[in-house]
Each structure stands twice: as structure tokens, then as C-alpha cells.
Design a protein around this ligand. Structure first.
Ligand code: HEC
Length: 142
């Protein structure tokens, strides 16, 4: 083996391992990126398909503007932990926040006003399927 051929061998080996190393680096980057996406928390807690649809309805039909992107509240009350609790209404009455109450709140937003809110929740025209999905979403946030 003369000097030039061993240099050539070394060069080829070196080139190959560089390629493998860079492939590994890319794979590691991709794996890290997908882990980061999975853990970013943007989508909140894991949800059933129906609740996920409800979250998307709330985000696309304007509810999220007042109730938060993940139902955390804002101008309107938070949906997190709402389901099953007793809500104080304007006028001194209370109501249990079950599926029916949540459905009524969406269908007739001005009938039962949560105590302490001056902003009026607007009417909306969600269809039955969308309402069911939002109710499932709020139930799962509870
Ligand atoms: C302009 C802001 C605004 C928008 C948009 C809005 N809401 Fe509301 N929402 C409120 C406010 C303020 C209240 C509390 C006063 C009341 O009961 O009306 C409320 C109350 C509620 C309640 C009862 C919450 C509780 O704590 O008892 C539910 C359920 C609800 N909204 C669902 C929705 C859904 C679903 C949408 C989208 C279709 C929506 N809201 C859009 C402002 C809003």
C-alpha cells in the first residue's frame, strides 16, 4: 500500500462517516422538533375526538376570543373546571353547570347571566352538532 492510496482510503472513509453523522444530526433535529411540538401545550389536555371538534368550533366561531384559546377565560368566564360546579347568576339564583345549562348558555346567552359580568355574550348560530361538540369540550375541561 503506498501513501497515496492510503490517503484515498482515509478520505473515502472520512467522507462516508461525515454523511452518516450529518444524517444522524438531521434525524436528531427532526425528533427533537416533533417532541417539542408534542409538548408545546398549545392544545391543552388530551381530548376525545368530539371534544377536539368542540375546541376547533370554539376557536373558529369566535368563542375563544372571550373564553380563551384553551377555554381559560378572558372577557367571558373560564370553561376549565366549570362543568358540574354551581354557578351564581345575576339576580341571586344559582344553577348547576351540567350539559343542559351549558347548552342553554350557548343557545340563549342572555337568559341566564353569570353574576358579575357586564359584557353581553353575543348570540351565535351554532348547529346542534357544533353545540354537542362544544358541550363535550367544556365537560372534558372540567
Ligand atoms: C363577546 C364575548 C363572548 C363571546 C364571543 C362568547 N361568549 Fe360566552 N360568555 C361571555 C360572557 C361575558 C359570559 C358570562 C355572562 C353571561 O352569562 O352571559 C359568557 C358565558 C358563557 C357560558 C356560561 C359560562 C358559565 O361560567 O356559566 C358558556 C357555556 C358560554 N359563554 C359559551 C360560549 C360559546 C360556545 C361561544 C361561541 C359560540 C361564546 N360563549 C362566545 C362572553 C362571550
Amino acid at each position: 500500500m503506498n501513501r497515496s492510496s492510503s490517503e484515498q482510503t482515509a478520505f473515502r472513509w472520512g467522507h462516508g462517516s461525515w454523511a452518516i453523522a450529518s444524517l444522524l444530526a438531521v434525524a436528531t433535529l427532526l425528533a427533537t422538533a416533533s417532541l417539542l411540538t408534542a409538548c408545546s401545550g398549545d392544545d391543552g389536555p388530551p381530548l376525545t375526538a368530539s371534544a377536539e371538534e368542540g375546541r376547533d368550533v370554539a376557536r373558529s366561531l369566535g368563542c375563544a376570543a372571550c373564553h380563551g384559546r384553551n377555554g381559560e377565560g378572558g372577557v367571558g368566564p373560564s370553561w376549565a373546571g366549570l362543568h358540574g360546579t354551581t354557578v351564581a347568576l345575576e339576580g341571586g339564583t344559582t344553577v348547576v353547570a351540567d350539559d343542559d345549562y351549558i347548552r342553554r348558555s350557548i343557545l340563549e346567552p342572555t337568559d341566564e347571566i353569570v353574576a358579575g359580568y357586564t359584557v353581553v355574550m353575543p348570540n351565535n348560530n351554532l348547529d346542534d352538532g357544533q353545540i354537542d361538540a362544544v358541550v363535550a369540550y367544556i365537560r372534558e375541561l372540567g
